[in-house]
Design a protein around this ligand. Structure first.
Ligand code: PLP
Length: 381
């Protein structure tokens, strides 16, 4: 059976306009049409992030964007603080270690979020670190970290460069790097940005660009200053061949999000996540994130107590619904479903109804899960 509903947290189900835009005839990447396309994307990204300055676009996945952040800033002799609450936080740490820099690891229980105090204490107890790295939306546990509050809790004079992995947050929820005090933000095309996989994006604060003065990046293709120079030229370009079709798709996706209005867009994701959570809990599933404030609006992770989680995912697949399982130590005990696109009540019913069937819950159900979900969905804002 072909996948009818792609619920994995990247890649995600895409609007038809985005897919069509990606199928347009190619243009050369050294022609005015490409410069225009690039400029239009930059403007929209700046509007989405409410931030000034270039957003560097790399032909890579999200991991490439994170690697780009690490190799431009870190080297042997540097120290960084890594706060992780899941698989992706651990990966970011691993990437940074490859530069030869020394890491100070702070680990938060999977399913819980990082508190401002944890971050503030980490900085206070470890002076002299160049970078503090943290994940905005930890996709492996479906937990969102309060980045704005975390940064605000660190006195400005002591602040290392704040690196944020925003791979699964940007586009779906508020992420305003300039306003919040993020120094380097990395993201990717295939999650909240509703574009096919293949683009990594990196934004830097003025402080971060200054920190790169005089530094030579050991990676040529990930050299942020080289990308910036070409992007800020009279005819904005990429230093080397960019995946033009993906640029077309990204332009269409950003238009879709911005035309709807970011506040409305972010709120609709929150509402969908809350209604989904209510329906899942009424069915007897356990959300991994116990604290409601910590629950992601882009992805939901839950356990199936007393049942075979992987068997449920298999049955869903047979129905045409592709979900993600757990990662790392959560392998085999978690179902994760993404909701990055503009889905509404009908799609929510498809997902809940399919899970009801796949998990064989007809005999055990005590609550009307659709009514529970509808009550949340239908609540006046
Ligand atoms: C998906 C994801 C990544 C890795 O992205 P790839 O595109 O698979 O390389 C990194 N961090 C987070 C938070 C993610 O969700």
């Amino acid at each position: 059976m072909n996948t009818k509903y792609l619920l994995t947290p990247g890649p995600v189900e895409l609007p038809a306009e985005v897919l069509r835009a990606g199928a347009r005839p190619l243009i050369g990447h050294r022609c005015p049409a490409f410069s225009e396309l690039f400029t239009s994307i930059e403007k929209m990204l700046q509007e989405l992030l409410k931030s000034e300055g270039p957003v560097i676009i790399l032909p890579s996945s999200g991991t490439g964007a994170l690697e780009c952040m690490a190799v431009n800033f870190l080297e042997k002799g540097d120290k960084f603080i890594s706060i992780s609450c899941g698989v992706f936080g651990n990966r970011f740490r691993e990437i940074a270690l490859r530069t030869g820099a020394e890491g100070i690891n702070i680990d938060v229980e999977f399913g819980e979020s990082v508190t401002p105090k944890i971050a503030a204490d980490a900085v206070k107890n470890n002076p002299g670190c160049k970078v503090l790295m943290i994940t905005h939306n930890e996709t492996s546990t479906a937990v969102v970290n309060p980045i704005k509050e975390i940064i605000a809790a660190i006195p400005e004079k002591d602040r290392p460069l704040i690196f944020v992995d925003g791979v699964s947050s940007v586009g779906a929820m508020e992420c305003f790097p300039q306003e919040w005090g993020i120094d380097v933000l990395g993201t990717a095309s295939q999650k909240g940005l509703l574009t096919p996989p293949g683009l990594g994006l990196v934004w830097l604060s003025e402080k971060a660009w200054k920190a790169l003065d005089g530094k030579i990046c050991p990676s040529y293709s990930y050299d942020l200053k080289l990308h910036k120079k070409e992007l800020e030229a009279k005819s904005p370009a990429n230093p080397f061949t960019p995946p033009v079709s993906l640029y077309y798709a990204l332009e269409a996706a950003l238009s879709e999000i911005l035309e709807r209005g970011t506040d409305i867009w972010f709120n609709s994701h929150r509402k969908y996540a809350d209604a989904l959570a209510a329906g899942l809990e009424a069915m007897g599933f356990d959300l991994l994130a116990k604290n409601k404030e910590a629950r992601s609006s882009g992805v939901t992770a839950f356990k199936y107590p007393g049942g075979d989680t992987e068997a449920v995912r298999k049955k869903l697949r047979a129905m045409g619904i592709e979900t993600a399982g757990g990662q790392g130590k959560l392998k085999g005990i978690l179902i994760r479903v993404a909701h990055y696109n503009n889905w509404g009540w009908p799609e929510l019913c498809i997902i809940l109804g399919s899970l009801y069937g796949a998990a064989g819950m007809a005999q055990t159900l005590k609550k009307d899960f659709l009514a529970e979900a509808w009550n949340v969905w239908n609540k006046e804002d």
